[in-house]
Design a protein around this ligand. Structure first.
Ligand SMILES: [Mg+2]
Length: 381
């Protein structure tokens, strides 16, 4: 039986090419560096799987340092020797090592290992990850372009440029200081046309009264869904908002583990499941969330944490396995330069669409030499 034999951790910093602000903070400023933690899991027959965690400390509580040390010093020792196919056991052991708070503890660190184990399992089985998960032949996912402008004129120009590049769906950040959310929504809808899926994400930035005021204005502007309007730990406010607005709602930061999403779905507080594999601790717990969404009759939206190409492909593999062809706000390559790690990226992503290869596993792996060149510190690995 194949067993996990070795785990290496690569904490790297990638160049940020565009500043990305949202209501709770920033995923990086142009000219700065973005933290990504890659892991390489090797089994006793020499097969390898790769995973990635992208900590965004102003979005959640994990940092480059915590993801690296949590994996290296706690999670990796706990899963050595485990059969590679035992994903249930993987998460039992990780959960026993780093327990829960209100929800899953250190999900971004756990997601990196979960992705690597799924890559390894699918490769060992000779299947693409989507096939390994039980999916069919679908192989492409439409991306949603993340608008970074903060006024109507700027986002109108951004939509036009992204449309030229092949993007057909758009998401923007609401509840920022400009207060121009409805105007921005109107500009996006006007520039993107009636077929586009347009999505506003407040990243916990509204108070209840602001959300009540903003939601009908966003809906009238042609915005399809309002994501995470309220602080993540204030579910009672979501109940109040739900009673007073008709606009479709979704949660993201509030929906870490399957139980979090179940609580929202069971009370009828949300209209979508936002699939975010890194936030949720990996593929395995995401499958449980998708099962809840299926049972609740709720469709899927897909987003990320400005993750790299490895996570983007893994998430698309998960989405298509369940018939979801997008829109997917997997926008890492808008904001970070990962070209050194993934020089053949154009083969799998072009024109606003991810084209999944049939190769076994997630379908892409980082250049290991380039990872070593981008290590955050000499003690990496
Ligand atoms: Mg979000």
């Amino acid at each position: 039986m194949r067993r996990i034999e070795n785990i290496e951790v690569f904490p790297v910093l990638l160049p940020v090419i565009e500043t990305f602000q949202f209501a709770s903070g920033s995923a990086g400023a142009a000219g700065g560096k973005a933290p990504h933690v890659f892991v390489k899991v090797t089994d006793n027959e020499g097969e390898v799987g790769w995973g990635e965690g992208r900590p965004v400390p102003q979005w959640s509580y994990e940092t480059l340092e915590t993801v690296e040390t949590t994996i290296r010093d706690h999670l990796a020792p706990a899963i050595l020797g485990l059969p590679v196919a035992d994903r249930w056991g993987l998460h039992r052991r990780m959960q026993a090592t780093i327990g829960r708070g209100p929800s899953t503890g250190q999900p971004i660190a756990k997601a990196a290992l979960d992705l690597a184990v799924h890559d390894l399992c699918a490769r060992a089985a000779g299947m693409s990850l989507r096939t390994f998960l039980g999916g069919g032949e679908r192989a492409s996912v439409e991306l949603s372009f993340t608008l970074s402008g903060h006024d109507a004129e700027a986002v109108g120009e951004e939509v036009a440029a992204a449309w030229e590049a092949g993007f057909r769906h758009f998401n923007f950040k609401a509840a920022l200081a400009s207060g121009a959310d409805a105007e921005i929504g109107s500009a996006v809808r006007e520039a993107a046309g009636p077929e586009a899926f347009v999505w506003a994400d407040a990243n916990q930035g509204y108070g209840l009264h602001q959300a009540r005021e903003a939601a009908p204005r966003l809906a009238a502007a042609g915005v399809d869904v309002l994501e995470q309007p309220l602080p993540a730990d204030r579910m009672h406010l979501m109940r109040q908002l739900r009673k007073s607005v008709r606009m479709p709602l979704a949660v993201d930061e509030s929906s870490v583990g399957p139980a979090d999403f179940f609580a929202h779905a069971a009370e009828g507080l949300v209209d979508y499941l936002v699939v975010k594999v890194t936030r949720s601790g990996g593929v395995w717990p995401t499958l449980a969330q998708i099962s809840v969404a299926e049972a609740a009759g709720l469709p899927l939206l897909v987003s990320g944490l400005t993750d790299g190409l490895l996570t983007k492909l893994a998430v698309c593999q998960v989405a298509v396995a369940f018939g979801c062809m997008g829109p997917a706000a997997l926008n890492g390559s808008q904001f970070t330069d990962e070209s050194a790690l993934f020089p053949s990226k154009a083969e799998v992503e072009s024109g606003g669409t991810v084209h999944l290869p049939d190769t076994p596993g997630i379908g892409v792996r980082p250049d290991e030499e380039a990872l070593r060149d981008h290590l955050a510190h000499e003690g990496g690995r």
